[in-house]
Ligand binder design. Sequence first.
Ligand SMILES: Nc1nc2c(ncn2[C@@H]2O[C@H](COP(=O)(O)OP(=O)(O)OP(=O)(O)O)[C@@H](O)[C@H]2O)c(=O)[nH]1
Ligand SMILES: [Mg+2]
Length: 408
Amino acid sequence: MLTTGGYRKYLGFFGKRNAGKSSLINRLVGQEISIVSEQPGTTTDPVYKSLEIHPIGPVTVIDTPGVDDAGELGELRVERAKRVLYKIDLAILVVDNNWNDYEEWLINSFKRMDIPFVIALNKSDLNHDHTDILKHVEKFPHLLVSAKTGEGIEKLRELIAKELPEEEEIPLLSDLVDGGEIVLLVVPIDLGAPKGRLIMPQVEAIRETLDREAICIVVKERELRWALEKLKAPPALVVADSHLISRIAADVPEEIPLTTFSILEARHKGDLFELVRGAKAIENLTSESKVVIMEACSHVPLVEDIGRVKIPRWLTNHVGGGIEFEIKSGKEFPEDLENVDMIVHCGGCTLTRAMMLRRLREAKRRGIPISNYGVVISYLHGVLDRVLNPFPEVRALLEEANKESQRT
Ligand SMILES: Nc1nc2c(ncn2[C@@H]2O[C@H](COP(=O)(O)OP(=O)(O)OP(=O)(O)O)[C@@H](O)[C@H]2O)c(=O)[nH]1
Ligand SMILES: [Mg+2]
């Protein structure tokens, strides 16, 4: 569905200075991408390199500057390491011949942030006595390697491939309909619509319906009622544009499953459950709150731009004024998110699923509730429950979370 680039994995290499992180990376990828020297502190800034490693697939390896020992946990370096931690899918902890607070700190960070990791005990050619270190690492995936001789490198590649989390592929809608059923798409052709074409989620929805051997009918909102009257069988699913959702919800009989393109995208590209949970934070917003509107691309804002104008207006009306809004655009996840009470993210049409999940994870790690345009719009229009009806698994998770929060 997506190009493999969408599933590019980020691997971060950590460890003390001189442990051999850069050497190991070069050996692992078979290229000299990072400078190696016997001088501790050779790598001073994270080094990024994207490439393909068999059998892992497309990856970006990140070499990080090492830290000498626990006493030298310079704040800057810790900050830098953390910044890398936010990005990665898996960590490789490179250990030379000693183990102390720094390794413990890293392991605890990986665990706390839910980052899978492997431990490479490097410089096996030097025949260090590893008895003591093995005690610390035996519970975790680990192996002996030598960046110098290449010993264990093939096994390390295999171990990384094994420990990397599986990328789940979630369809846009093909799991919601059966062959022969009708999917009715409601597509507005207004000033916001691009000239002469449909937008990606609409095209994808048509394509998935066809792949499913179901029947796709596309109408504008004005023809919706007419189409429903003309159909002999009710549609198995109606998908509408978010910003028309309250009007369309009134036109579509309650028993017909209805959702929005944004909700489908939120599930396909991100984590619908987390985004819905994030939307509940709206109830805690006050006139003192700060909300960040996050756009993944820097498009030229439209006059009635959904993220810059409409959502701030609706949220302000809902809370009764005073909210401070800040727009942040670009592919990098912003660092300065002090005192932010909520993030409302765009649909992420230019992002891959992996990128979107990483952004959700970053917000979560900072304890900031995050939702997206589509979910927030449905919430503010009072139709969120209805547009979530087609997703019983998400509703079940929400109920579970609700019970959990009542218990505590
Ligand atoms: N004998 C032996 N030496 C190694 C091995 N791996 C790295 N070295 C040596 O260890 C030294 C440090 O290697 P680097 O790869 O620069 O270490 P680093 O962890 O990237 O160090 P910083 O960038 O300073 O944090 C160099 O002199 C390497 O040649 C190994 O497997 N065996
Ligand atoms: Mg280095």
